[in-house]
Ligand binder design. Structure first.
Ligand code: SF4
Length: 687
């Protein structure tokens, strides 16, 4: 193609939360390629290339599998229908259910793959139009425990610092994050900083890629992370390495923390999770004596039945060592989806808070929403995603509206989740493809991909960035916000947004932390980091410089309790299964499994087994094995590697055949509701 015949559109990556910016090259509504944009417009990737998914993972946009027309189920079969018929069916069915069983008989799931504006409208649709309190999103499954813990300790459930700070710190503690595979461009920046002299400490059950670059890699047995983190805190305090002035000026309840970490002596930590006392000492000394330190984590910390406790422990460690409220330091949850910060939380797609994390029980907040919506949002807390599935089985939830999520693969114990989808009286799914979830739907609405829409995504560092429309959606597919508007109006409302920019104007009116954010400013200023409270506010690169997000400005030490994993290996199921991501794929694979280049690299599920464990099982590399838990049984190819620990096996979460969530358990963190994906007991035999 001649360059002058090609359109170039600057946008934000639709995969992970690093939020790389790039140019999409297109012609005649076909995406031809992707190139990183210049560093000035790309604060997250800062002139670095994109990763393999960003660069080559766009084929799904042009895929022949794309839904091009709405589908309606008739006599058990999904058939193409007009928009008019599909919207009428959805409006009628949802109205009938709310009339007969009440508004809370419906649950809505929003999506971190969609824009902020679309997520805002999804929760508005749930609360204003349907009147249900049941709105949640997929962040429940990834970082809800992070949000719960950080809100209690430092005030905001978000990354405290910038990606720029992650790239320039003096020291890292990275745990439960396979950074090179899950956040590749971030990992590249970390590795470069380590080459330039920063210290890197990695604690993880798997010898993951980032561990190859570490000054200290410590293998921990899965399930007792609170033990080694509390052990670090105890060591720091015992050796007078804590930041006394910072603690005195900025925190509450230090004495209580001191008392609660006392039992975690080096010997006890070694007994509980296999960490050598010398490793514990050297990590504590490096972290505490560094001028700045970044604490990076992901789902290896969060997806446990005590995930909130894990993150509380990390927050306590950051506070004890004073690595907060300044550049190049901080608590850095590496979020998952491209827009999980915005769509997964900021926009209020949560059962417990309104947009901007505003409380449901504050009359002044409810009044403000009522003024704009002409309808008061329900003031009660709704159901989380896992609770919705339970309540379907109880007959209390009868209809579901799912935008862009795939719980038929992402829920733990998916056999049980699929039974719930089948038990619903009405299910509408809005997506790009006939996903494993959409196969259960009564109506499927064809939506637009990131390349076919405009709006904003908020990346892991709270930066709101523009999404640019490069091509048109295929055939009759439509942008999610426009579908929601049509449905709202069919149900008697008068939404009249002409663009996502107008929706953002309503968001900035109602959400104080987005109060100064408009599309024009985001375009002009290369993104804005919240809190950004008014037109003169430049945004907040790193949080807590002037105090923590509590009335008195002081953080709270909330001592972490150590819980036991829900399942421990035993005679019948002697191995521990842990799950996660690989570089080439993304989440349930609805996008990446439709990219040929990616599938040619990693085309099927696999199970990583340590060579000694493989020997004991009589399994060789590449051989198909059967993996069984108390919930199910699947077949996958064995990968024999010492990246795995003895007795601990790993499987990716991306595949429909050999789907790992056939095996995982419905056990949840009692505070955040996150499932314990990281620990299930299994047995393995040659297939
Ligand atoms: Fe996209 Fe994340 Fe890769 Fe950047 S690192 S290109 S945001 S998937």
């Amino acid at each position: 193609h001649r360059l002058d015949a090609v359109d170039v559109t600057e946008t934000t990556c639709g995969y992970c939360s690093v939020g790389c910016r790039f140019d999409v090259y297109s012609k005649d509504d076909e995406v031809l390629g992707v190139r990183p944009t210049d560093a000035e417009h790309a604060p997250a990737n800062d002139g670095f290339s994109t990763c393999v998914k960003g660069k080559f993972g766009y084929d799904f946009v042009n895929s022949d599998d794309r839904l091009e027309q709405p589908l309606i189920r008739e006599n058990g079969v999904l058939r193409e229908a007009t928009w008019d018929a599909a919207l009428e069916r959805v409006a009628t069915e949802l109205s009938e259910l709310t009339d007969e069983y009440g508004t809370d008989s419906i649950a809505c799931f929003a999506s971190s793959k969609c824009t902020n504006e679309e997520n805002y409208l999804m929760q508005k649709f749930a609360r204003q139009v349907l009147g249900t309190k049941n709105i949640d999103n997929c962040a429940r499954l990834c970082h809800s425990s992070t949000v719960a813990a950080l809100k209690q300790t430092v005030g905001y459930g978000a990354m405290t610092n910038r990606i720029e700070d992650v790239a320039n710190t003096d020291c890292y503690l990275i745990t439960g994050s396979n950074t090179t595979e899950s956040h590749p461009v971030l990992a590249t920046r970390i590795k470069q900083n380590v080459r330039d002299g920063a210290d890197l400490i990695v604690f993880d059950p798997r010898k993951i890629g980032i561990a190859e670059h570490a000054d200290q890699y410590t293998r921990v047995e899965p399930g007792h992370d609170v033990a080694w983190i509390n052990g670090l805190i105890r060591y720091v305090i015992q050796h007078d390495l804590h930041d006394e002035a910072f603690i005195a000026d900025n925190t509450h309840d230090f004495d209580e923390l001191k008392r609660k970490v006392e039992p975690f002596t080096p010997d006890e930590v070694e007994r509980l999770c296999g960490v050598d006392p010398a490793d514990l000492a050297s990590a504590a000394e490096t972290i505490a004596t560094a001028d700045t330190c970044v604490f990076g984590w992901a789902m290896g910390m969060t997806q446990h039945a005590h995930g909130t406790q894990n993150v509380l422990a990390l927050a306590n460690l950051a506070l004890v060592t004073g690595h907060l409220g300044k550049p190049n330091a901080g608590l850095s949850p590496f979020r998952g989806h491209n827009n999980v910060q915005g769509g997964g939380g900021d926009m209020g797609t949560l059962p417990s808070t309104l947009p901007g994390y505003q409380p449901l029980d504050d009359p002044a907040v409810l009044d403000a929403f009522e003024d704009v919506w002409d309808e008061r949002p329900p003031a009660e807390v709704g159901l989380t995603v896992p609770e919705v599935f339970t309540e379907v089985h109880e007959g209390n939830v009868r209809g579901m509206y799912i935008m862009g999520e795939n719980p038929a693969l992402s829920e733990p114990d998916i056999g049980h989740a699929k039974d719930a989808l089948e038990a619903l009286e009405f299910l509408v799914v809005q997506d790009l493809f006939l996903t494993e979830t959409a196969e259960h739907a009564d109506v499927v609405l064809p939506a637009a991909s990131f390349a076919e829409k405009s709006g904003t995504f908020t990346n892991t560092e709270r930066r709101v960035q523009l999404v640019g429309q490069a091509v048109s959606p295929p055939d009759a597919a439509r942008q999610d916000w426009s579908i929601l508007q049509s449905l709202a109006n069919r149900l008697g409302y008068e939404w009249s947004y002409e663009s996502p920019a107008e929706i953002m104007d309503e968001i900035s009116d109602l959400v104080p932390i987005y109060g100064g954010i408009t599309h024009d400013r985001v375009a002009r200023e290369g993104g804005l980091q919240w809190p950004c409270r008014d037109a003169d506010d430049p945004g907040t690169p790193y949080l807590y410089e002037d105090g923590f997000n509590f009335e008195d400005g002081k953080a709270r030490f909330v001592p972490a309790d150590m819980g036991e994993p829900g399942e421990l290996p035993g005679e019948e199921y002697p191995l521990t299964l842990t799950t996660g991501r690989v570089l080439y794929h993304f989440h349930t694979g609805t996008l990446t499994r439709r990219v040929n280049g990616i599938m040619s690299h990693v085309g099927e599920s696999f199970v990583e087994i340590h060579p000694d464990t493989a020997d004991q099982l009589g399994v060789s590399d590449g051989q198909n094995v059967r993996v069984e838990s108390r919930r199910g049984s699947i077949v996958a190819a064995a990968r024999v590697t010492d990246h795995a620990d003895r007795g601990v096996v790993f499987m990716p979460m991306h595949f429909a055949t050999g789907a790992v969530n056939e095996l995982t358990q419905e056990r949840f963190d009692p505070i955040s509701g996150i499932p314990e994906y990281k620990i299930s007991s299994v047995r393995i035999s040659p297939d």
